[in-house]
Design a protein. Structure first.
Length: 376
């Protein structure tokens, strides 16, 4: 009997599972299962996938086993992995079941030399549409780098949101928004947060397509608007502002808006820092402006160092961190700011450092001008 074999499997410490090979009566084409720890209690997350949507729920071991037994007439294959074993229950057309036990706790879709426990490890619709996963749940070999980048961003989000139960996120310069869709899935379907996400971009066609995809995925509180970052008016509460690869001073307008709204979390990956490169003049450090490539890189690094200090002066705990490995993209610095009780002495020192650097190299960065009322 399938239920006896499933019970036998769950006598072991299962860390992952997949229910596949659906019959016509099945509601989902695939169900991915992974062990989680929530509030110190071990449970299992079941992500149920259709061709267009995903649905997630957390279950105790007993609840999961009961649900699996109920599914025995709708699916023909149940795979589970412990750290050392791979268990497979197969059900024939005549209803006969077999249990196969193999050595090796390999995870589905991940080869034996990739054992990292990624947050996003199932074929959710945005990851399939992005070409990272195939529809049957396997990672496309040429997309492992992109897969790791997406998971890295999700880890950063996980680390800063804490135990929030409700939040509003603004994504400035969202573009085609695959990462926005993935973030929504993580917050709502994995973490169970009551999250609303607004994406903003300049291109009407892109925004229209993004709204259609949100409907396709069933992401009810994800919507997109056409607009300019610098002119965007928002009168609600912003818990997190994201700006990924917003070009040049668009990043500054996004950071300024986040500060103005007293936003709790800022995540920014700047791009194309041209502004200070055109301003750089110095009598004491001409060596930094003599060689074009050195001047360009120094100006870009100075731009983000000033941004970090200005956010500290505005009352944020700031870190500049590597987002992706340099070999994948030179645009690899992420500015992470979280609202905190920063001592006034620390805030004043951060501002003074930024102003000293600006004075030495003739810099007049947009973010400084916006924050201190010196925009032309």
């Amino acid at each position: 009997m399938p239920e006896e074999k499933l019970k036998q499997i769950f006598e072991n410490e299962i860390i992952k599972g997949v229910v596949s090979n659906p019959l016509s009566s099945a509601a989902f084409r695939r169900i991915n299962i992974s062990a989680k720890e929530i509030g110190g209690v071990r449970c299992f997350q079941a992500v149920k996938l259709t061709d267009k949507q995903s649905f997630s729920e957390n279950l105790s071991k007993a609840e999961l086993l009961s649900a699996l037994i109920d599914l025995k007439n709708d699916y023909r294959q149940f795979d589970f992995w412990s750290e050392r074993k791979h268990y497979t229950v197969k059900i024939s057309k005549k209803g006969k079941s077999s249990l196969i036990i193999q050595n090796g706790g390999a995870k589905p879709g991940v080869s034996h030399n990739r054992q990292k426990n990624y947050i996003l490890n199932e074929a959710i619709p945005p990851l399939v549409d992005l070409g990272i996963f195939t529809k049957d749940g396997k990672i496309v070999s040429s997309m492992y780098d992109k897969f790791r980048q997406i998971n890295r961003f999700t880890e950063i989000v996980r680390d800063v949101i804490g135990e929030r139960k409700k939040m509003t996120v603004l994504d400035f310069g969202c573009g085609k928004s695959y990462l926005t869709f993935i973030l929504y899935h993580y917050l709502v379907n994995i973490r169970g947060i009551d999250a609303e996400i607004i994406g903003l971009d300049l291109k009407d066609e892109v925004i229209g397509n993004c709204n259609l995809l949100a409907q396709k995925y069933g992401y009810k509180k994800l919507h997109f608007e056409t607009g300019d970052i610098g002119k965007y008016n928002y009168d609600g509460r912003a818990d997190m502002v994201i700006t990924l690869h917003a070009c040049d001073t668009a990043t500054d307008f996004a950071l300024y808006n986040a500060v103005k709204w007293n936003c709790g979390i800022i995540l920014s990956v700047p791009c194309c820092q041209h502004e200070l490169n055109g301003q750089l003049k110095t009598d004491n450090f001409e060596i930094l402006s003599r060689y074009g490539i050195i001047k360009e890189r120094f100006a870009a690094l100075a731009t983000d160092a000033i941004r970090g200090n200005l956010l500290t002066a505005a009352g944020y705990s700031v870190s500049l961190m590597e987002f992706v490995d340099m070999k994948h993209s030179p645009k690899n610095i992420l500015i992470r700011g979280t609202k905190a009780l920063i001592p006034q002495k620390t805030r004043d020192k951060a501002l003074l450092e930024a102003e000293n650097l600006m004075r030495e190299f003739n810099f007049a960065p947009t973010l400084y001008n916006l924050l201190y009322g010196k925009e032309e």
